[in-house]
Design a protein around this ligand. Structure first.
Ligand SMILES: NC(=O)c1ccc[n+]([C@@H]2O[C@H](COP(=O)([O-])OP(=O)(O)OC[C@H]3O[C@@H](n4cnc5c(N)ncnc54)[C@H](O)[C@@H]3O)[C@@H](O)[C@H]2O)c1
Length: 458
């Protein structure tokens, strides 16, 4: 069958997989190929157990795979055969050399750019889907054109705004699709090609265009704003706990002002996920490179409050449980960085688990989707940890439960049954404020919500 367009995505991760599945689903006239250097990941995309859990993803992959959606490890062939190439490789925080712990590690996209250059025999549109520091497109253009072989490469930026856990919904009905390009004849033509793809299902007024640097920066700024909101509300939780105010009541009162808005105002244990921290640190690093130290300090504080909130959670547990956790059994309810995903990258649960192990806790970890990732994250710390999927069995015999992920199912559990099976006094630390605290207290628990007065029987 002859397809109208051949689209390639390099990088079959949390972004590449779902975004390309959605394009294939909405545009049966296009052939979409996704490649990766990781053969296991590709094998999983080609199997009945996809490498990532996202509600609704299985269904769209099932109807497109093998028809107009293909997963492969043959990157060179795919580069030759496709004209539009999305780059969706990882851009983690650099762990070595200059900028270690702050700057984005750009080795993966650089290798990709060189590979594209090497195997291209005709015009290509390169789409930056990964989140990059501003001016990455400039470096990419330099690499692509450095052999002067006459092939034209147009680099455009199309940052991804999906949220894990609601990726399919976000891709099907995005708030906005942003496409940034060079304002040259060929740059604008490339931009229009991309607009044409998204316009197959996204209303035109939600497809916005900009210059390429604004587009690159917008993604970093969007993540900085989201993370800042979480840190802003979290920064008031210790004050609430000290002053008998209730952060939920405060958030409701503040959020009803339309200038503030009521979204993303849930206080909790802190943000996780692969993006917020790394993108803010990348922004901070970039600002320092430009000599903008005041701006860098301002945004760095968002990350500092997040670290403080996680440490505070552990210290609250320690103080509440008579200043010693050694030998006690604690169950973590949830390990994913948020509900409806199995992703545990930068999950607060990793920090909490490690800190509790330092306090010589016997840890039990339960999560409906993230136990395999949890086992990987805690490799080397296995002594003293048990992984149990059933929350009732996991909590049995424990001194305390710590709610780390806001899975809906936790609010619906039979906590009387759980209380009866636990050691006494039984504690519950609700790091997500999703449980009925009064009811838990009446059941017999000593309850420690986040940003609300504790309810204790002593
Ligand atoms: N995860 C999210 O929610 C999210 C949302 C928006 C944007 N982003 C951004 O998208 C990018 C990708 O994120 P992700 O979560 O999908 O990462 P990921 O780690 O899940 O996936 C990246 C994939 O790229 C592959 N890869 C790396 N180098 C390669 C190469 N040279 N050739 C082929 N494949 C290669 C890796 O093997 C991996 O499978 C990052 O820049 C991230 O900041 C992520």
């Amino acid at each position: 069958m002859k397809f109208e367009k051949n689209i390639l995505c390099i990088g079959a991760g949390y972004v590449g997989g779902p975004t390309m599945a959605m394009i294939a689903y909405k545009c049966p006239q296009y052939k979409v190929t996704v490649v990766d250097i990781n053969p296991e990941r590709i094998a999983q995309w080609n199997s009945s157990t996809l490498p990532i859990y996202e509600p609704g993803l299985d269904e769209i992959v099932k109807v497109t795979r093998g028809k107009n959606l293909f997963f492969s490890t043959d990157i060179e062939k795919a580069i030759r055969e496709n004209e539009i190439i999305f780059v969706s490789v990882n851009t983690p925080t650099k762990s070595f050399g200059a900028g270690a712990g702050m700057a984005a590690d750009l080795q993966y996209w650089e290798k990709t750019a060189r590979q594209i250059r090497e195997h291209s025999t005709s015009h290509k549109i390169i789409v930056e889907k990964s989140t990059f520091p501003v001016k990455t497109a400039f470096a990419m253009e330099r690499i692509l054109t450095s052999t002067h072989n006459g092939i034209i490469f147009d680099v455009v930026s199309n940052p991804e705004f999906l949220a894990e856990g609601t990726a399919v919904k976000d891709l099907e009905n995005p708030d906005r699709v942003l496409i940034g390009s060079r304002e040259t004849v060929s740059g604008l033509k490339a931009r229009d090609e991309l607009v044409e793809i998204f316009a197959k299902w996204v209303p035109r007024d939600r497809i916005i265009t900009s210059n390429i640097w604004s587009s690159e920066l917008s993604k970093l700024v969007a993540n900085a704003f989201l993370a800042q909101r979480v840190s802003s509300i979290n920064s008031f939780t210790p004050l609430c706990e000290k002053s008998d105010a209730d952060i939920k009541e405060v958030a409701r009162a503040v959020g009803m002002d339309p200038r503030v808005g009521d979204k993303f105002l849930n206080a909790g244990i802190g943000f996780g996920g692969s993006c917020f921290k790394k993108d803010i640190l990348s922004l901070v690093y970039m600002c320092r490179q430009y000599g903008l130290d005041e701006v860098a300090d301002y945004w760095e504080a968002v990350v500092k409050i997040n670290e403080y909130q996680k440490e505070r959670f552990v210290l609250n547990m320690l103080h509440a449980m008579f200043n010693t956790l050694a030998g006690k059994k604690v169950c973590l309810f949830g390990f994913a960085f948020k509900a409806n995903t199995g992703d545990t990258r930068e999950s607060p649960a990793i920090f909490v688990a490690r800190r509790l192990l330092e306090e010589k806790v016997n840890l039990v970890i339960t999560d409906p989707k993230a136990l395999n990732n949890a086992k990987n994250d805690l490799k080397g710390f296995e002594t003293g940890i048990t992984f149990i999927e059933d929350p009732y069995k996991a909590a049995s015999g424990c001194d305390a439960i710590a709610v780390v992920t806001e899975w809906d199912m936790y609010a619906g559990l039979d906590f009387e049954k759980i209380y009866d099976s636990m050691a006494k006094p039984a504690f519950i630390f609700d790091g997500r404020n999703i449980l009925d605290h009064k009811k838990l207290y009446e059941t017999g628990f000593n309850v420690f919500p986040t940003g609300k007065p504790a309810l204790t029987h002593f």
